[in-house]
Design a protein around this ligand. Structure first.
Ligand code: SUG
Length: 419
């Protein structure tokens, strides 16, 4: 059995739009009402997957969801033609692209039964995300159907908010070794809600059979939430023995660092001081919403949004760090502007699963040739542009539905995923 990290990216769906639905997510609010470009958005995501494959990494994919979500609208006693504008926008959202919020994952070396456990995130804090989980769960149950290797759990019940891997970090000597799992929860920051509740984090840890001595629950700093860090992965990222974090990410960082060092003595912490990069610059540039990945030849790379290169203080700090011969050897900027404008960077778009790829349903794994096929479908079917006034347009809705059906049919998943 070869355990390795697989990054499953959410393909940007054909209904990608800017409806300003996420309070506390500054980019979402700033772009409310702007025109979106779903085709360009999906192609940007595909290019990011290609960049990962070219780094020698194993790449997976999750499919967009069926939109508008008629089942959710029906449960609310309405349909897409009659729903109020904000309900319609929520039913049309392509937010499942941010796969870091799909589930929390505990790899096999960490769990009591030696299987990789996944709990689908309930995402109850935001209405447009709260109806993602049934379709996400359906995909997880197909992709990880091998019950000798995986256990897939239903969502934590409301009202305990769970936003999945965006608030979980795992540190270990190597991906295939037992790790320390860190669950970061929030309390409200200024006017903004905390989306990850400690009750949900603890429930996930119990359900996954984690060793309490190797599980930490850490509070996000309210200052970070107030500055726009609606998920912890906007201010910190971990990979193997490295934690890369902003100085102001955690409420009680000294205690956290001490506990971490006591549990995993090999841990290395790279902390970016606020004097070098302010919280505002960190959040604007999404410096920490990078994919921190181990390269097959050794060393690590940071797959970063272009915005990090364009933010002077951030890029200067990064260049100095890379020159310093530390564990991060390579910076890989990628253009994800369409997703970034809704607050989703490279790390938001992927769910990390440590597993043996031969245990995963191959329809959810991609190489460049499969990405070529998917890109061809995106080019032919995905709407080029969506203006906010278009969301009720029946022709647009028909096109979005056709795009989805074509993709799912091509991937031979229509039998199992039909809405
Ligand atoms: O939940 N944006 C997403 C972005 C999620 C980013 N994920 C991670 N940090 N892992 C969110 O706020 C915007 C939707 C809109 O405004 O239409 C949105 O849902």
């Amino acid at each position: 059995m070869t355990l390795r990290e697989i990054n499953f990216d959410g393909l940007v769906g054909p209904s990608h739009n800017y409806a300003g639905l996420s309070m506390g997510n500054l980019a979402s609010t700033a772009h409310a009402g702007a025109s979106s470009f779903p085709r360009a958005a999906a192609l940007q995501g595909i290019e990011k997957m290609r960049a990962n494959i070219r780094l020698g990494l194993t790449q997976g994919i999750f499919l967009p969801q069926w939109r508008p979500d008629g089942k959710w609208l029906a449960a609310l006693g309405t349909d897409v033609g009659n729903a109020e504008a904000h309900i319609r926008a929520a039913a049309m959202s392509a937010s499942s692209m941010w796969a870091a919020n799909a589930a929390t994952v505990s790899p096999a070396p960490d769990t009591s039964d030696g299987r990789t456990h996944l709990t689908v995130a309930n995402l109850v804090t935001m209405p447009h995300r709260s109806h993602e989980w049934p379709q996400t769960l359906a995909q997880l149950r197909i992709a990880f159907s091998d019950q000798r290797a995986f256990a897939v759990h239903a969502p934590i019940p409301a009202p305990f908010g769970d936003e999945g891997a965006a608030n979980q970090m795992r540190l270990c000597e190597r991906h295939d070794q037992p790790g320390v799992e860190i669950f970061v929860y929030g309390q409200a920051g200024g006017p903004f809600p905390a989306r990850q509740h400690v009750e949900a984090s603890k429930a996930v840890a119990r359900l996954h059979g984690l060793d309490p001595d190797r599980t930490l629950f850490v509070m996000q700093s309210p200052q970070a939430i107030a500055a726009g860090a609606f998920h912890n992965d906007v201010v910190a990222v971990a990979n193997e023995r490295l934690l890369f974090t902003h100085e102001q990410a955690f409420a009680n960082k000294e205690r956290f660092y001490d506990e971490l060092r006591a549990t995993l003595p090999c841990v290395e912490i790279i902390e970016v001081p606020a004097s070098a990069v302010s919280l505002a610059d960190a959040i604007r540039s999404y410096l920490f919403n990078a994919q921190l990945v181990s390269l097959p030849a050794g060393g690590m790379a940071l797959v970063l949004p272009m915005e990090a290169r364009e933010t002077t203080a951030v890029w200067a700090w990064l260049e100095e760090m890379v020159a310093g011969n530390g564990p991060i050897r390579q910076l890989v900027p990628v253009d994800l502007r369409q997703s970034m404008n809704n607050g989703g960077g490279p790390a938001c778009l992927r769910l990390r699963v440590v597993a043996d790829p031969s245990n995963v349903d191959p329809r959810f794994l991609v190489d460049e040739a499969r990405l070529d096929d998917i890109a061809a479908i995106v080019n032919s079917y995905w709407p080029e542009e969506i203006a906010s006034a278009d969301l009720a347009d029946t022709r647009l809705i028909a096109r979005i539905e056709q795009s989805w059906l074509t993709l799912v049919d091509h991937l031979q998943l229509s039998g199992e995923l039909m809405p």
